[in-house]
Design a protein around this ligand. Structure first.
Ligand SMILES: [Zn+2]
Length: 287
C-alpha cells in the first residue's frame, strides 16, 4: 500500500514493515527495500515507476534484501553510510558479527543474510540538492541514519513501537549508549510526521511517547543484566534473562539477544556499573 504524506514524500506498507520514498516524477528514491527480492518485486508493483536511487538506513537484511531486485531491474544506484557499507557489499559479515566468527549455519537465515548489493558511500551533496538531510541515529546498528525532508523524518530502526517491544521483549542493539543518544537526537528534532520501520507513520507527540517507551525498555534490560551479573558469563546472563522474560528463542533470536546483552555489558562497564573479571574466561560482576 502506498500513501502520500505530501506531494513528493510517500510511505510503502509491505505488511511487516513500512518504508519511505521520494517521488521525483519519472522515478523515485526509495529508503530501504525489504527483506528479499520478493518484497522488492511487491514494492515495484506498488510504485509502478523506476527506482533511480536507494538509500539504506542500515545494513540489516530486512532493510536491504530488495536492493538486488532493483539493481537488476533498474540498475538503481544504492547509497549507504561508510560504517554500514561493507555489510551490504558482503552480507555474510552480519551473521559473522553476531557470532564473532564465520558460521556457515547462520548464513542460511534470510533474517540475517540478504543478497549482496553494489553500494556506494552516501553522496550528501546529491541528497542535499534534493532537499534530503541525513541524520546520525546510530546505536541499533553501527552507523544507522535517518532521513529528513521538510518536516517529515524517516527513522528506520532508531525507534520501535510498543507492540514490537512487547513482541520481542529484547530489542536488538549494537551500542546502547549511541542508541540512547539517538533517542535524544530524535527528541530534539523539528518535525511533524515520522516513519518507523516496525512500524508506522506517526505524529510528533506519538513519537515522543515512543521515545519514553524505548528508554524504559533499555532501563529494564539494564536492571535485569545487573541483577544477574554475579561473576557470571554473558551466556549465563542471557539465559537468565530469557527465563525471566519467558522468551523461547530460535537460534536467530538467541544470537541477536546474546549479541545485544554483550553490547549492554560493554555499556555498563563504561558507566562503571559492572566490572569484567577475566578468570579463565570472561565473567561479569555488578559493582
Ligand atoms: Zn535493523
Amino acid at each position: 500500500m502506498i500513501q502520500y504524506i505530501n506531494e513528493k514524500v510517500f510511505t510503502i506498507d509491505t505488511g511487516p514493515n513500512m518504508f519511505m520514498g521520494f517521488d521525483e516524477g519519472n522515478s523515485v528514491i526509495l529508503f530501504d527495500t525489504g527483506i528479499d527480492e520478493s518484497v522488492g518485486r511487491k514494492i515495484d508493483k506498488i510504485l509502478g515507476k523506476p527506482v533511480s536511487l536507494i538509500v539504506n538506513s542500515h545494513s540489516h537484511a530486512d532493510h536491504i534484501g530488495g536492493n538486488s531486485y532493483f539493481q537488476k531491474r533498474y540498475n538503481s544506484k544504492v547509497f549507504a553510510e561508510p560504517g554500514e557499507l561493507s555489510f551490504l557489499n558482503n552480507t555474510e559479515l552480519e551473521p559473522s558479527l553476531l557470532n564473532g566468527g564465520y558460521w556457515e549455519f547462520l548464513l542460511s537465515d534470510k533474517f540475517l543474510k540478504a543478497k549482496n548489493s553494489m553500494v556506494e558511500p552516501i553522496d550528501r551533496e546529491i541528497l542535499s540538492q534534493k532537499g534530503i538531510e541525513i541524520l546520525d541515529l546510530s546505536g541499533h546498528s553501527p552507523s544507522l541514519i535517518g532521513l529528513k525532508i521538510d518536516k517529515i523524518v524517516y527513522l528506520g530502526d532508531a525507534l520501535f513501537s510498543g507492540d514490537i517491544i512487547e513482541k520481542y521483549r529484547v530489542l536488538y542493539l549494537y551500542d546502547v549508549g549511541r542508541f540512547e543518544k539517538s533517542l535524544s537526537t530524535i527528541e530534539e528534532l523539528n518535525f511533524e510526521k515520522a516513519v518507523i520501520c516496525h512500524k508506522g507513520l506517526y505524529d510528533k507527540e506519538v513519537i515522543h511517547d515512543l521515545i519514553d517507551i524505548n528508554r524504559k525498555h533499555t532501563a529494564t534490560i539494564k536492571s535485569l543484566i545487573l541483577e544477574n551479573s554475579q561473576g557470571t558469563t554473558d551466556y549465563e546472563i542471557t539465559e537468565a534473562i530469557l527465563n525471566k522474560l519467558s522468551i523461547e528463542p530460535n537460534l536467530t533470536i538467541y544470537m541477536l539477544i546474546l549479541s545485544t546483552i554483550r553490547g549492554y555489558l560493554s555499556y555498563l562497564q563504561k558507566t562503571g556499573e559492572v566490572e569484567m573479571v577475566f578468570d579463565k574466561g570472561v565473567r561479569w560482576k555488578r559493582k
